[in-house]
Design a protein around this ligand. Structure first.
Ligand SMILES: Cc1cc2nc3c(=O)[nH]c(=O)nc-3n(C[C@H](O)[C@H](O)[C@H](O)COP(=O)(O)OP(=O)(O)OC[C@H]3O[C@@H](n4cnc5c(N)ncnc54)[C@H](O)[C@@H]3O)c2cc1C
Length: 511
């Protein structure tokens, strides 16, 4: 056993036991489950689907608990309105969702794949254009040098990969598809209980039994729900989001920092149909206050993710739809100083009038605006919202009879669209670990079984969290040598096909 593993066990296990060993006795005898998954967000639902889809784990007794009404999770909108909570899913995430039989339940007409990304520096205007083209780039260059050797595996993976960089999908469309899949599997396997509209109100360890006939739950998490049930979990999975009650129960620290930024989201109306263009593109401009991204949805729609200061976010949310539309056009078309003034309290004119006179005086060549960039002509009513942005990373993903997945384990800045993708990869890895555990006769809640999951995912997620964090910080400089250096870097990367291919491969989840 490695010293890191020993350390983690010492770190996590004793506090949980000390804290809960003498907790209040649970009145009724608990219902016993192999797995209790708290959280029916996309990550928790995919984990449960993965367990239920696999022959080895489908007969595990599972409870899925969520405080929300999961039956209304389907997107259910018409083709004109789109949810403001969308995610760009990488090809790796799609492969996983296909493998668990959920992707064919998705409302495909509401998806929008994209094939290219235009990213530019809001201060210097330098830019980079990414396209995912199998047949070019790093892997193929290597293969030409060493045909038929160990790189063959990479070649197959690379060539069969699609040219799609990522696919925009409403979170509600994904959870709707996962719920349908769970319903289908539930009628086949019948070992899953979905407890929605049910809040987990407390989690404690059980008591040592006073007589020999009673089961010993002293090392098991016992959950009490708002409906008064008590559930005993051989393995308790926290897919319960950033404020994870499961993580708190297990006493797992989740260090990190706040970005002092809010992510403003909205569904936008465009002057152009993205799906009719040959190459569908996602756009992101780095402003010193944070990146602003326009991500394609079907038809003349797009999803906005504008990371900015809390003051700007509040100003944006207070604007009417014409003002908001003008401010978003300004975010891509004006110089940072003009955008700051437009959203500041010292501005006495409306964003529309500011944009009207400033835009003709700002040539696209000075801001780096790509020629293909559409005009935003409106915002879907009521779709503006904002979320505080922070970085958090749990110091371990596992404890005795506990595992964390998704946002419960990590929160990442949305600038690279990776949060959900990392969470889905966690769910896939934990489900695989469960298969391994069952096949090898292990106690699936034991550290022996769970450690493989933590060691597979923690390092990878930590690397991605670090890269995304540094990227955000690099672009927050508004002037000076950093701006010069990053522009030079961006220009060089744009000219180096090999490096670009490697970067786009990582963004598409092939890293
Ligand atoms: C502005 C923004 C843009 C983003 N864009 C992208 C993107 O493009 N691509 C991407 O990959 N990611 C993106 N993300 C991140 C992504 O949205 C999250 O990583 C993802 O939704 C997390 O899913 P989850 O299932 O882990 O957690 P959640 O979706 O938070 O689900 C947690 C669930 O746990 C339940 N729960 C919590 N406490 C309890 C309790 N006590 N009892 C019962 N149930 C409970 C909640 O009801 C909820 O359903 C973005 C995030 C933001 C803020």
């Amino acid at each position: 056993m490695s010293s890191a593993v020993v350390f983690r066990r010492l770190l996590i296990l004793p506090p949980a036991i000390r804290r809960h060993a003498y907790s209040t006795a649970v009145a009724s005898r608990p219902e016993v489950y192999d797995v209790v998954c708290v959280g029916g967000g996309p990550v928790g639902l995919s984990f449960v689907s993965a367990l239920q889809s696999h022959n080895t784990t489908r007969h595990l007794k599972i409870a899925l608990v969520d405080s929300q009404d999961l039956s209304i999770s389907k997107s259910g909108n018409d083709g004109e309105t789109y949810s403001n909570r969308c995610s760009s899913l990488t090809p790796a995430a799609l492969r996983y969702l296909k493998s668990i039989g959920a992707w064919n339940k998705i409302e495909s007409e509401r998806l929008q794949p994209y094939h290219a990304m235009d990213v530019w520096d809001g201060v210097s205007g330098s830019k980079i254009h990414f396209e995912d083209q199998p047949g070019t780039g790093l892997v193929d260059s290597l293969l030409e040098l060493v045909p038929g050797n160990r790189f063959q595996a990479s070649r197959t993976r690379y060539e069969t990969g699609s040219t799609v960089v990522a696919t925009m999908c409403e979170n509600s469309n994904l959870t709707g598809a996962l719920l349908q899949r769970i319903k289908e599997l539930k009628s086949e396997a019948g070992s899953l209980k979905v407890l929605d509209k049910t809040k987990v109100s407390s989690i404690d360890l059980g008591q040592t039994p006073t007589d020999e006939t009673s089961p010993d739950f002293s090392q098991w998490p016992l959950l009490t729900t708002s409906a008064g049930q008590t559930l005993a979990a051989r393995l308790l999975v926290g897919a319960d989001g950033a404020n994870s009650p499961v993580r708190q129960f297990a006493d797992i620290p989740s260090p990190g920092w706040d970005y002092n930024q809010h992510g403003v989201v909205a569904t936008l109306n465009l002057d152009r149909d993205f799906s009719s263009s040959e190459l569908r593109t996602a756009y992101q401009r780095f402003l010193p206050t944070g990146p602003v991204a326009l991500l394609p949805l079907p038809g003349k729609k797009a999803s906005l993710v504008w990371s900015t200061t809390p003051q700007h976010a509040a100003a944006l949310k207070s604007l009417d739809s014409a003002g908001f539309t003008a401010a978003v056009n300004a975010a891509f078309r004006l110089m940072p100083v003009d955008i700051n003034f437009m959203l500041s309290s010292s501005s006495t004119s409306t964003p529309e009038s500011e944009l009207a006179w400033r835009e003709p005086a700002t040539p696209p060549s000075s801001t780096g605006l790509p020629a293909s960039f559409p005009r935003i002509i409106g915002v879907q009513e009521g779709s503006q919202a904002s979320f505080p942005l922070r970085l958090r990373h749990a110091s371990t993903y596992t404890g005795h009879r506990v595992a964390l997945i998704g946002d419960a384990a990590h929160s990442i800045h949305p600038l690279a669209g990776q949060g959900l993708n990392l969470g889905l990869a966690d769910a896939e890895a934990l489900a695989k670990q469960m298969v391994y555990g069952v096949e090898h006769g292990m106690d699936i809640g034991s550290c022996w079984c769970l450690d493989g999951y933590g060691s597979e995912r923690w390092g990878k997620n930590n690397a991605m969290l670090g890269v995304v964090d540094k990227l955000g910080k690099l672009y927050s400089a508004g002037s000076g040598p950093v701006v010069w250096g990053r522009s030079l870097g961006l220009g060089l990367v744009d000219r180096l096909g090999v490096v670009k291919s490697a970067l786009v491969g990582a963004a598409a989840g092939r890293g």
